[in-house]
Design a protein around this ligand. Structure first.
Ligand SMILES: [Zn+2]
Length: 218
């Protein structure tokens, strides 16, 4: 029996755009795909929100092969998340990336949902991690009256806490014992301007993480 799928215009448009892109890239740089097929050596690992408005390459003006990417709802770093840990381990230890960027964005739907008392289903278990960030900073956040401002401040604090979580992983701690060229950064993207705000919470060693999180004793 032949299965006939309804191919919508938007679906067909994707394949057409792909073909146009590949043709254009070939014309501009005939060796481009040969180089891509030969391997990757990106210097950046991007851990961002799954939101469709914050694509890593487009935001940073980079091309295929330049950024290793992991995305989830509200760019959360959970130290028992095997998916994130596998991406991080491969990026840090095999690809030897030099920068890991946690990238949040203002108006994040995940962060907004975490601030409410509504149940959204399965995702509530994931958003719990952001509620924990709220609890840690409730004194500051409770003092903000404007809801949008409150969401956006929580977006920033969430990125800061996820940067800490990333630095506390054994992957990053062990890399720092051996290398001095690995930096972790926290960014927030402003959807209204497209511009990135560097939160200046970068780390390049374990010393600033607090005694119990430093794993550098022999
Ligand atoms: Zn988001």
């Amino acid at each position: 029996m032949e299965l006939k799928l309804a191919q919508t215009e938007s679906y067909k448009a994707l394949l057409k755009a792909n073909s146009d892109w590949a043709t254009k890239r070939m014309q501009e740089e005939p060796e481009f795909f040969n180089k891509l097929a030969a391997g990757q050596s990106p210097e950046i690992l991007w851990i961002g929100c799954a939101d469709s408005r914050v694509p890593a390459n487009e935001v940073t003006g980079t091309r295929a092969g330049e950024v290793f990417v992991h995305r989830n709802i509200a760019n959360v770093i959970v130290h028992s998340d095997m998916n994130m840990l596998s991406v991080l381990d491969y990026a840090v230890n095999a690809l030897k990336v030099k920068h890991v960027i946690v990238a949040g964005h203002y108006g994040c739907g995940g962060v907004t949902a975490a601030l409410s008392k509504k149940q959204f289903g399965l995702i509530d278990n994931w958003l719990r991690h952001i509620k924990d960030v709220y609890r840690m900073h409730s004194h500051e956040l409770d003092a903000i009256a404007d809801h949008t401002e409150k969401v956006n401040r929580l977006v920033e604090l969430n990125v800061e806490e996820q940067v800490y979580n990333l630095c506390r992983t054994t992957v990053v701690q062990n890399a720092w014992k051996e290398r001095t060229d690995l930096e972790v950064h926290g960014w927030v993207i402003d959807l209204k301007t497209g511009l990135v705000k560097d939160l200046n919470v970068s780390h390049r060693d374990a010393h600033s993480l607090g005694y119990v999180y430093e794993l550098n004793e022999e």
